[in-house]
Design a protein around this ligand. Structure first.
Ligand code: SAM
Ligand code: SF4
Length: 335
C-alpha cells in the first residue's frame, strides 16, 4: 500500500479542497470585482485532469474532498467530474465528497449530486433580504438561491449555511437567519471577512465584523455554550441552549487551528497551496501534464509539496497595514 501523506509536523493530510473554476455567476463584493478578468481556459485543469489529480490524492490517503471555486456548478459538464469521484466513494477510499456553492444552480443539480454520492452541501448566503442579496452579490437573486436550498433539502442533502459576517450589513439579521436555519434544520456558520486582493470595492457593503462580536450578539438573545469540538479546520462551535442549534464561527486566518490542520488546497490551475495564509505553493499541473500515463511524477511532486507544509501561518488582522494580506482571490484558491 502507498504510504499516506504525512507532513513534517506529523499531521496526516486527509482533506483536499479543490477549486474547479475561477468563474462565477455572482460578483460578491468581498470576493470579486464587477469586471473580474478570468483565467484563459487552457490554464485550467480539464475535467479529466481534475479526476486524475483528485484520484491520485485519494490514492495517497485523502478521505474528504470539498469542491469549490469560483462557483463549482457553473463549470461546464461538472457532473462528469462528480460522477467520476463516485467510484472512490464506492470503493470506500473516499469517505466524503462535498461542495461549497452559492446555490444558484442547485435547483438543477441537487438530485444529480445526491445520486453521485454527495450527502452534504455548504450554501453561502449572507442575507434573507432580496434587495440586500442583490446588493452584496451584485448579480445574484435571492429567490433562485432559496429554490436551490429547497431543492437540496428535497434531494436529501444536508445543508449548512455559510454567512459572511458584515458589520452594518447582516448584523441586524442574526436572529432572523438563525431562526430560519433552525426551522429548516440547517447548520449555520459565520465567516469572518478577509481582505482578499485588491477588489476596488471602495463602495464595499458592510465592514469587518469580528466573530467575537457576533458571539456577543448571540449572547444577547440566547444562552451560548462553547463546544470543544474541532474538525481540524478553522471552525469553532457554540450551542444555543434555547434551540439546541450548533453555530460555527470561522476565522479563516486565525492561528489557533494550525496544529490540527489536515488540509491542503488545489487551485483550478493545479497549484497546491499548503496553507491558506501563506504564499508557498507547488505546481502540480506540470508533472501531471508531463506524464499523462504515469502517476509516479505527480505523486512525487505531491509528496515534495506536503513536505513543505508550514507549521502555521502568520497573519494578524489587527495590524493597521494588513501586511499579511494575500494577493490571490478566494475564487482562485477556493474558499
Ligand atoms: N461560489 C461558492 C460560494 O460562494 O459558496 C464557492 C466559492 S466561495 C469563494 C467560498 C466561500 O468563500 C463563500 O462562503 C464566500 O462567502 C467566502 N468568501 C469569499 N470571499 C471572502 C472574503 N473576502 N472573506 C471571507 N469569506 C469569503
Ligand atoms: Fe462567486 Fe462565491 Fe465569490 Fe460570491 S463568494 S463571487 S458566489 S465565488
Amino acid at each position: 500500500m502507498t504510504a499516506p501523506l504525512i507532513d513534517p509536523f506529523a499531521r496526516a493530510i486527509t482533506y483536499l479542497r479543490v477549486s474547479v473554476t475561477d468563474r462565477c455567476d455572482f460578483r460578491c463584493v468581498y470576493c470579486m470585482s464587477e469586471n473580474m478578468t478570468f483565467l484563459p481556459k487552457k490554464e485550467l485543469l480539464t475535467l479529466e485532469e481534475l479526476d486524475r489529480m483528485c484520484s491520485t490524492f485519494v490514492g495517497l490517503g485523502v478521505e474528504k474532498l470539498r469542491i469549490t471555486g469560483g462557483e463549482p456548478l457553473v463549470r461546464r459538464d461538472i457532473m462528469t467530474f462528480f460522477n467520476g469521484m463516485t467510484r472512490h466513494l464506492d470503493s470506500g477510499a473516499l469517505k466524503e465528497l462535498t461542495l461549497t456553492t452559492n446555490g444558484s444552480q442547485l435547483e438543477r443539480f441537487a438530485d444529480q449530486l445526491y445520486a453521485a454520492g454527495v450527502r452534504r452541501v455548504n450554501i453561502s448566503l449572507d442575507t434573507l433580504d432580496d434587495q440586500k442579496f442583490a446588493d452584496i452579490t451584485r448579480w445574484g437573486r435571492l429567490p433562485q438561491v432559496l429554490r436551490g436550498v429547497d431543492a437540496a433539502q428535497k434531494a436529501g442533502l444536508r445543508v449548512k449555511i455559510n454567512a459572511v459576517a458584515l458589520k452594518g450589513f447582516n448584523e441586524d439579521e442574526l436572529p432572523t437567519i438563525t431562526a430560519w436555519c433552525a426551522e429548516r434544520d440547517m447548520d449555520l456558520t459565520w465567516i469572518e471577512v478577509m481582505p482578499m486582493g485588491d477588489l476596488g470595492n471602495e463602495d464595499r457593503l458592510g465592514q469587518y465584523w469580528s466573530l467575537k462580536d457576533v458571539r456577543a450578539r448571540y449572547a444577547e438573545h440566547y444562552t451560548v455554550t462553547d463546544l470543544a469540538e474541532r474538525t481540524g479546520g478553522p471552525a469553532r462551535y457554540v450551542r444555543l441552549e434555547e434551540t439546541g442549534q450548533k453555530i460555527g464561527f470561522i476565522t479563516p486566518l486565525s492561528h489557533n487551528f494550525c496544529e490540527s490542520c489536515n488540509r491542503v488546497r488545489l487551485t483550478c490551475t493545479g497549484e497546491l497551496y499548503m496553507c491558506l495564509g501563506q504564499e508557498d505553493m507547488a505546481d502540480l499541473r506540470a508533472p501531471l501534464r508531463a506524464a499523462p500515463q504515469d502517476s509516479a511524477p505527480l505523486e512525487e511532486a505531491i509528496r515534495a509539496a506536503i513536505n513543505l507544509k508550514p507549521k502555521g501561518h502568520d497573519f494578524d488582522y489587527s495590524r493597521q497595514r494588513l501586511d499579511g494580506q494575500m494577493p490571490r482571490h478566494m475564487s482562485h484558491t477556493g474558499g
